[in-house]
Design a protein around this ligand. Structure first.
Ligand code: NAD
Length: 800
């Protein structure tokens, strides 16, 4: 049977259900959000309503844009049951009680259509138990879709089929989850708590037990087992606080009950002291205190206290210092850091060794029971818990260091699966063979290619490939590379610190557009760092300003403007593919490209005022055009006269607005409506390349032409005075500082077109000259230099 999902219903509007509905809205899928009817309620939808309202306020935001809430229709399971017949996918996210879930399925079954997909978001109840007694049709169309919290941000989506699930449905959901929802899919066997929670809860409870037995403090454990061990900073106790101690308890109890043969079953008994904490209602973040508690001191400053596990009193955290962690901090890769901690001889190393031995042994012993491959287990831990290395990648680190392996497993026999890798395999779980990453397949004891998403491409693979095959690095200057992606498409990649834009990037941009046009059909600008670009290289700006090297600064800013103009007017179609932050100069590249393919998680903005500057690489000019200041837009009335675009641009840039998603970037017009969004980070480059090919084909067919020079109608002095009045008002009411006002006046001057006439069009170059003059003037000011220095030193902005 062929499946499609154009609409959905989420039942249970709690933490997870409402957030799942929000994420569906994020990707354009309308949903019904249903919950129970409260007793004696006037508003029969009040629970779903509250769920939706809470989700709209959640931080970090669940919706890409608040407008997404329009795609969620609230209701209740009594009055709206029939409506379930109209949706393609029903997701159950009610309380974790099998009896309640089963009663609900009984109701749903009565309205189920032949095409309806039904899934449960259970954290770990066995799927086959949930569907006992259901019809064949129900069972064929049922599976578990286990989202992680927070739904929008956690990449992992575990899919758990039962023996009855239609294999075509599983295949459909794998592709739908990857491509439409942007998730990292892991298929799990139908065993209690599936993969991530099974292994994750074991690690948590085993570590807590160690801490209690050996007197490690809460903060000590989190410091030791955090970033130095390739785990998130929240490590063990803070993670438990974030997900809720009650959730930890439910998941552990479920395991204790449903996995009677687990040799580590006793680990899943909640220690009495933790039970006491739960009984007190100290459930973590949601109840304001758990293993940590945030308090306000008499001076109003907030501090985070840690719970003393012996006395159950909150105490100030003590700074933890360990030689092994210090050594790890100086190293680069997660594997090097982890080795440094494990090899040490202090208290941190001792805990790291003990808990690593336990976690790795448990994973190796459970692997075949819970998963189809070690790759799935590693992915589950990386995507579900933000571990930098999965358990089997970590096994490989040890297997390649026999002395360390012996130190961690002194007397112990290695798990049977590990021995098989040593005896029948090549000694590690992963190998590189035929230029491919391969894994030890425990079904056959042979190595198989690590599966990848369809047609996925990555810059690192192209960079490793031979140039002769039309793939590889064509040019590199230390700051940027030009990489041949094949099919006539080149990729410009930045690789400076934080991808800040320097001379090298500008030079490569010029080369890519000028020489690239002779060799390629289209250009993609992309990199695989978490952030596309933090903007211009502020260090160089500060040095230039402090040394009074005005000619150098003027040359640099002019070079940037020209490079961006080259991009804009290039006869080579240019697609930019940002992810993460694209700020200042990074945003300007987007504004000048022909098309953007943005990752949904893109945070885009012109933030120059934060460092006492204004966008001067053509960003002010392009943003005015996006707001409708172009003569053409003014003609067709879209711009509402020359003041509106200038005022709107001012309102966004003057407060350094940054979009919280690519969808919001479209609302703010940093992206066009025609720009495209990819939800899955893994497929961004693939999609950008496909867009580039389309533009190249359109060019060949004569339906795409390079941009034509534009003119702008700007409102001039009168409008500037209006904006300046607004600035004065904000200054008087203390909303902005003196220097904010100075920067604001310069910005107003540029955006209103200086002394131009509101009826005479100006050229792009005219606005670029205004940008440059304002930029240089601000660079010469002490307060701007202080701001830049502060940002360089702290990464934060100074309001001086
Ligand atoms: P929650 O308590 O926040 O919300 C559950 C909602 O279900 C409540 O609004 C409740 O009124 C509603 N409900 C109860 N019975 C119902 C019924 N018969 N019909 C309709 N609605 C009903 O719980 P949650 O944290 O959102 O968890 C929901 C499911 O997701 C559970 O199965 C849980 O194990 C799973 N889960 C939770 C998390 C998490 O971190 N919270 C993560 C992954 C999975």
């Amino acid at each position: 049977m062929a499946y499609t999902i154009h609409s959905a219903a989420v039942i249970g509007a709690g933490v997870m259900g409402a957030a799942i509905a929000a994420h569906l809205a994020n990707v354009g899928i309308p949903s019904l959000l249903l919950d129970i009817v409260p007793e004696n309620a006037k508003d029969r939808n009040s629970i779903a309503r509250t769920g939706l309202e809470k989700t709209l306020k959640s931080r970090p935001a669940s919706f890409y844009s608040k407008r997404g809430a329009q795609l969620v229709t609230i209701g209740n399971i009594e009055d709206d049951l029939e409506k379930l017949a109209q949706v393609d996918w029903i997701i159950e996210a009610v309380v974790e009680r099998p009896d309640i879930k089963q009663q609900l399925y009984n109701k749903i079954e009565k309205v189920l259509q032949p095409h309806t997909i039904i899934s449960s978001n259970t954290s770990g109840l066995p799927a086959h138990l949930l569907i006992e007694g259901r019809s064949e049709q129900f069972r064929q169309h049922f599976l578990i879709t286990h989202f992680f919290n927070p739904v929008r941000y956690m990449r992992l989506l575990e899919l758990v089929p039962t023996v009855d699930t239609d294999p075509a449905l599983l295949q459909f959901m794998r592709i739908f989850g990857t491509e439409k929802l942007g998730k990292g899919i892991v298929i799990c066997k139908d065993t209690p708590n599936f993969i991530a929670n099974r292994l994750g809860v074991y690690v948590s409870l085993n570590t807590i037990q160690h801490a209690l037995n050996e007197g490690y403090s809460v903060n000590e454990v989190d410091t030791i087992l955090g970033t130095s061990m390739g785990r998130p900073k929240s490590a063990v106790f803070r993670t438990a606080d974030l997900s809720g101690l009650d959730t930890l308890m439910h998941v552990a109890n479920n395991l204790y009950k449903n996995a009677p043969d687990d040799e580590q079953r006793e680990t899943f008994r909640i220690p009495p002291i933790v039970q006491q904490i739960i009984d007190k209602g100290w459930l973590g973040e949601k109840s304001g205190q758990g293993f940590y508690k945030r308090v306000k001191g008499p001076d109003g400053a907030s501090a985070i206290l840690e719970l003393n596990l012996q006395t159950l009193e909150y105490e100030p955290q003590t700074k933890q210092r360990f030689a092994s962690l210090g050594a790890a901090r100086r190293l680069d890769t997660p594997a090097q850091k982890i080795k440094a901690v494990l090899q040490g001889d202090d208290r941190a190393s001792h805990l790291a060794r003990e808990t690593t031995a336990a976690a790795l042994t448990y994973a190796a012993n459970r692997a075949q029971e819970i998963a189809e491959s070690v790759v799935d287990i590693d992915n589950a831990l990386r995507w579900g818990f933000n571990f930098e290395l999965g358990n089997f990648e970590l096994w490989d680190v040890l297997l390649q260091e026999p002395a360390l392996l012996a130190q961690i497993f002194p007397e112990q026999e290695l798990p049977e699966l590990v021995r098989r890798v040593q005896e029948k395999g090549q000694g590690t779980f992963y190998i590189t063979g035929n230029g491919q990453k391969q894994f030890f397949d425990f079904h056959t004891d042979t190595y198989q290619p690590v599966p990848t998403t369809e047609n996925v491409i990555s810059l690192s693979t192209f960079k490793a490939g031979p140039i002769t095959q039309g793939q590889g690095v064509i040019k590199d200057n230390g700051s940027a590379s030009l990489i041949d992606l094949g099919d006539g498409i080149a990729c410009l990649e930045f690789h400076t610190k934080m991808n800040s834009i320097d001379e090298g990037i500008i030079e490569m941009m010029r080369y890519a557009v000028e020489d690239g046009a002779k060799q390629f059909r289209a250009l993609v600008i992309n990199n695989e760092a978490p952030d596309f670009s933090a903007g211009a290289n502020l260090f160089l700006v500060l040095m230039g300003a402090r040394q009074g090297a005005w000619d150098m600064l003027e040359g640099a800013i002019s070079g940037l403007q020209q490079a961006h103009q080259l991009l804009k007017y290039s006869s080579l179609p240019v697609v930019v593919a940002p992810r993460g932050r694209a700020l200042g100069g990074g945003c300007e590249i987007i504004l000048h490209a022909h098309h953007t393919r943005a990752l949904a998680e893109s945070y885009i903005g012109l933030v120059e005022v934060g460092v006492g500057l204004i966008p001067a690489g053509g960003g002010s000019k392009e943003y005015l055009l996006r707001m409708g200041a172009g003569v053409e837009s003014q003609k067709d009335g879209k711009g509402n006269g020359p003041f509106t675009p200038a005022r709107r641009a001012f309102e966004t840039i003057a407060v350094a607005t940054v979009s919280t998603s690519a969808v919001e970037a479209q609302e703010l017009r940093f992206l066009r409506k025609t720009d495209a969004i990819t939800v899955n980070p893994e497929t961004l480059l693939r999609d950008a390349k496909a867009d580039a090919i389309k533009l190249a084909e359109a060019k060949a067919a004569g339906t795409w032409q390079p941009a034509q020079p534009q003119q702008l109608l700007l409102p001039g002095t009168g409008a500037r005075l209006v904006l300046e009045q607004q600035i004065e008002g904000m200054l008087l009411t203390g909303k902005v500082s003196e220097h904010d006002a100075v920067v604001g006046r310069h910005l107003a001057h540029v955006l209103t077109g200086g002394d131009c006439s509101p009826i005479t069009p100006v050229s792009e170059q005219y606005v670029l000259d205004l940008e440059r003059a304002a930029f240089l003037s601000l660079c010469g000011m002490e307060k701007t230099q202080e701001r830049i220095q502060y940002t360089l030193e702290t990464g934060k902005t100074l309001r001086n």
